[in-house]
Design a protein around this ligand. Structure first.
Ligand SMILES: NC(=O)c1ccc[n+]([C@@H]2O[C@H](COP(=O)([O-])OP(=O)(O)OC[C@H]3O[C@@H](n4cnc5c(N)ncnc54)[C@H](OP(=O)(O)O)[C@@H]3O)[C@@H](O)[C@H]2O)c1
Length: 307
């Protein structure tokens, strides 16, 4: 089977496609014939910055072809999605049942990797912001996998003014089609507020200027892997707050809520009220290109690899 591995050559990381043996499912694991793999910015960053070869984990969706000992909740033939901890960029991957969930019959594997994990992050960030009807909301990284879904949660939740922040005007059409009332480029952010709530997927150098656009009592939900620093005095001036959200904390700390929200994502998709946005899928062998696309901030929606 084809598999993509992370290697470090001198000081730079690279992704190499190679032939490898099909793995076996161990206890509590599923062997999945992979139909779609989601590429995420945290993975792109981790691999780029590592001086050591790293296991290539990631979100996959596909069909179960074998089950390991002790598996009862899944069977051969089931369509599943979930997070693999290693060797996810491959034609067959091993998925722990604890990370797996079923994919509805009428959904594609590409939709599954675009909807579930990104949708849970978008939902979590939206809930954490406690947005009241009529409030103004800024969604940053709005054209990415999470941002495109966060925009839809904001509009469905009754926000009064939803503004999408992106790095390039080429992304305006996509974010408007998903419900953004206005589009702002990051460089113009300071003239676009005030906002009652900000769902921030960028962080880093954008965090401080974003906080300065908060209205009195405003909330910024920081869910990016971009870090950043907040001046306490800037929060005090506005009576504003910054709230962190991480999906892993929800999955391990509140598994019942995680499962409920996951089911709700599929209900919303079936009802036509939530639509995952996907960049044109790329073949698995083009994994390096997919990572470059994300790193150069050129993706329109979720980046997906298809074996
Ligand atoms: N908290 C959690 O549990 C959790 C889980 C998954 C992902 N995340 C975070 O959510 C954010 C969005 O992730 P995603 O999966 O939606 O990403 P994605 O689909 O891969 O989209 C990446 C987009 O993010 C934007 N971006 C902002 N800052 C960037 C930077 N420094 N380098 C490259 N791209 C940057 C770019 O669009 P623009 O240039 O137009 O902004 C880029 O096109 C990331 O920060 C990620 O780490 C958090």
């Amino acid at each position: 089977m084809l598999r993509v591995r992370h290697e470090v050559d001198g000081s730079s990381g690279l992704l190499r496609a190679e032939e490898a043996a099909v793995p076996e499912a161990g206890a509590g694991e599923l062997l999945v014939r992979v139909e779609a793999i989601g590429v995420t910015l945290p993975t792109v960053r981790r691999l780029r910055d590592s001086r050591e070869p790293l296991p290539l984990g990631g979100e996959i969706a596909g069909r179960v072809v074998a089950t390991g000992p002790g598996v009862t909740a899944f069977a051969v033939g089931d369509r599943v999605t979930g997070l693999c901890f290693a060797d996810a960029y491959a034609e067959f991957a091993v998925l722990p049942t604890a990370m797996a969930s079923h994919v509805p019959d009428d959904a594609t594997a590409v939709e599954a990797v675009a909807l579930v994990r990104s949708g849970l992050v978008a939902r979590g960030a939206h809930e954490a912001a406690r947005i009241e009807p009529g409030e103004s909301v800024l969604v940053t990284a709005a054209a990415g996998g999470v941002g495109t879904l966060a925009l839809q949660f904001a509009t469905a939740g009754g926000a009064g003014r939803v503004v999408a922040a992106v790095s390039s005007a080429a992304k305006a059409g996509l974010v408007r089609s998903l419900g953004a009332d206005e589009v702002v480029l990051y460089r113009d952010l300071d003239r676009s507020g005030p906002y009652d709530a900000i769902l921030d997927g960028v962080g880093g150098d954008l965090l401080a200027p974003a906080v300065r656009t908060l209205a009195p009592g405003g909330r910024l939900v920081a869910y990016s892997s971009g870090g950043g620093t907040v001046e306490a005095y800037e929060l005090l001036l506005r009576g504003a707050s910054v709230i962190g959200f991480q999906i892993r904390a929800l999955a391990t700390g509140r598994p019942e809520l995680y499962a409920r929200w996951r089911d709700d994502l599929w209900h919303r998709r079936a009802a036509g009220t939530l639509r995952p946005a996907v960049h044109t899928p790329l073949p698995l062998a083009d994994a390096a290109l997919a990572h470059t696309l994300v790193e150069q901030r050129r993706n329109l929606g979720k980046v997906v690899l298809v074996p």
